[in-house]
Ligand binder design. Structure first.
Ligand code: NAP
Length: 238
C-alpha cells in the first residue's frame, strides 16, 4: 500500500490533474478528484473506474468560492476517509493586459490559484499532524519566479503560492509532513483556451510525463524532502 494512500487532486477534470489521477491510480493510490463541472468529472471517473474500480471518486466544488474551499476537505474526509495527501493543482488565468481583466477575473484568479490552496492546506493539516503523516503538493508554475507581461494577476498568484508553499513546509515538516512546490514550464493542456495535444513535445510537457514526475514524489525515501521541483520541456526558452 502506498505511504500516502488517499489523495485529493484539485482541478482534475482534465489536463494535468486528470493525468495525475490516472498516474496515482496506476501506482496504487486511492484518489478523490474535484473541479467545477460535474459532467467532465463524472465522465472521467467512469472511465477510470472501469480500470481501477472504486479507488477513484469525485466531488464537485468551485474553488473560486472561498466558503466552498474552506469546507471541501471535511466533505471529502467524511465521504472518502482521511486524506494522506493533497495536490493543489486547479489553476486559471488568461493572457491579456491587466487593464483588460475585470475585477471579477482578478478575484477568481487569486481565489482559485492562491486562496483555495491556502484554505485547503489549513483544513487538511490538523489531521495530518495528528497522524504524523502527510504530503501537500502545490502546482505553481515557472512563472512563480519569472515576471511576464499580460499575465500579471496569474504571475502574482503563483509567486504567492510559492512563498506559501515554502513557508508552510517550514511549519509542518517537524510534524512529519512534506510540502513540495512544482514549477512547470509549458504543459500541453487546454489551459487558457489552448488545445490539448496540439503542441510539439520538446516545446510543451506532456501532462502524463509531468504527472509521473509528481507522483514519484510520494515514493521518495521518508528522510528525503524535495521542496521544489522545477521542470521544463527541452526547448522552452525561459
Ligand atoms: P487546465 O487543463 O485548464 O485544467 C484546469 C483544471 O482546474 C480543470 O480541471 C478545471 O476544471 C479546474 N478549475 C478551473 N477553475 C476552477 C474553479 N473555479 N474551481 C475548481 N476547479 C477549477 O489546466 P492545466 O494546464 O492542467 O493546469 C494545471 C495546473 O498547472 C494549474 O495550476 C496551472 O496554473 C499550472 N500550470 C499550467 C501550465 C500550462 O502551460 N498549462 C504551465 C505551468 C503551470 P473546471 O473548469 O471544471 O472547474
Amino acid at each position: 500500500m502506498p505511504r500516502y494512500e488517499n489523495v485529493l487532486v484539485t482541478g482534475a477534470s482534465r489536463g494535468l490533474g486528470a493525468a495525475l489521477a490516472a498516474e496515482l491510480l496506476a501506482r496504487g493510490h486511492r484518489v478523490v478528484t474535484t473541479a467545477r463541472h460535474e459532467g467532465d468529472l463524472a465522465r472521467q471517473n467512469h472511465l477510470l473506474r472501469e480500470q481501477h474500480g472504486d479507488r477513484i471518486n469525485f466531488i464537485v466544488a468551485d474553488l473560486s468560492d472561498s466558503v466552498a474551499a474552506q469546507h471541501l476537505v471535511s466533505h471529502v474526509e467524511q465521504r472518502f476517509g482521511a486524506l494522506d495527501a493533497l495536490i493543489n493543482n486547479a489553476g486559471t488565468g488568461t493572457y491579456k493586459p491587466l487593464t483588460e481583466w475585470s475585477a471579477g477575473e482578478v478575484t477568481t484568479c487569486m481565489n482559485v490559484n492562491l486562496l483555495a490552496p491556502m484554505l485547503l492546506t489549513q483544513a487538511v493539516l490538523p489531521g495530518m499532524m495528528a497522524r504524523r503523516r502527510g504530503y501537500i503538493v502545490n502546482v505553481a508554475s515557472d512563472l512563480a519566479r519569472r515576471p511576464l507581461a499580460n499575465m500579471s494577476a496569474y504571475v502574482a498568484s503563483k509567486f504567492g503560492l510559492l512563498g506559501f508553499s515554502g513557508s508552510v513546509l517550514r511549519e509542518a515538516k517537524s510534524h512529519g509532513i512534506k510540502v513540495t512546490a512544482v514549477l512547470p514550464g509549458i504543459i500541453d493542456t487546454a489551459f487558457n483556451g489552448a488545445v490539448q495535444g496540439s503542441k510539439e513535445e520538446t516545446w510543451a510537457l506532456r501532462p502524463q510525463a509531468l504527472a509521473s514526475q509528481i507522483a514519484a514524489l510520494f515514493e521518495l525515501p521518508e528522510n528525503v524532502l524535495l521542496d521544489e521541483l522545477t521542470i521544463h520541456p527541452q526547448h522552452q526558452d525561459f
